[in-house]
Design a protein around this ligand. Sequence first.
Ligand SMILES: *Cc1c(COP(=O)(O)O)cnc(C)c1O
Length: 359
Amino acid sequence: MISYGRQSIDDDDIAAVTAVMKGDWLTQGPAIEAFEQGIIRDTGARHAIAFANGTATLHGCTVAAGLGPEDVLATSPLTFMASANCGRYVGASIDLIDIDPATLNLDPTKIGSDVDALVAVHYAGLPVDLRALNRRPRVVIEDAAHALGAMTPDGPVGNCAHSDMCSFSFHPVKPVTTGEGGVVTTNSDELAERLRRFRSHGIVRQPELGGWYYDIADLGFNYRLTDMQAALGLSQLNRLHRFIDRRNAIADRYRLLLADLPVTLPPAAPEGFRHGYHLFAIQVPDRPRVFAALRDAGIFVQVHYVPVYAHTISADIGKSAADYPNCAGVYEGLISMPVYPDLTDDEQDYVVATLRAAL
Ligand SMILES: *Cc1c(COP(=O)(O)O)cnc(C)c1O
């Protein structure tokens, strides 16, 4: 099947998962820390905390940051709802910052004076330039679900050079997968400690009171990853750079093959940045017809995303498409074309030929 995105699994991945299944620990075992160390190696952050999924990581970020009903959390309108919902989970108000059509990311120079927390989404794998913030809110969280393996002039996404915490997802379409999974990176010892507690019921072990003893002072969840998933993630990290290279090669090839078509190509990475190409989102005229033609030809394209303001849950934000003209304009034509490491040149040629015929 040709889809907009999919996992790449090899025999080493399968062997890594099988080895865990034959061992002592299916959850809360050593594979979790090994995976977290792999993320630390690849991002350069001080801490990495694995979670059950990327939505749980974002929830962990807003709780660890101490956000609450007094606070305003701002994010991009062009994102998956989890980027905004993490504010709702702690009762914060949600604000949206229109995108810059040159990057499709929220415009970092438009952070309002009332924003307490920013969730900067690296849309499609192109990092938001956090050096350009017009003001730094109290809390800066990166939603890097699309951007593991992407680079900024200050190093790998996830090193938290300009943020408090950075959240990753390991859903099968994301840069590497654990089936379901997430990781938060941070350079703060205190935030790391809170994230660990929150992930596991708020439990704090107190061996000085007995080997069995633990205390729970704060509300937590069971947001843990399993050891099978962590082993898959660690094995996948061995191929992270190969995956991102392949995604970039597919993107370069699309740019050549689509050059003469009436489509808007996605923004390329500016000088000093490396794009992750989680998505290759083009803008086409007459999107409903083109979308249907691609789906009819067996190409499972998708639209990323129905804007946050358009959903029923966002009625309380009190805004509409007219308030976010850049996002609304881009959304009209968006289609995510297939991009994933195992997509072959022949498959890409078929996708391009189908698109060409539809246009
Ligand atoms: C996938 C995704 C998430 C959520 O991750 P899950 O692991 O699916 O919970 C959050 N934000 C963005 C932008 C995503 O694409």
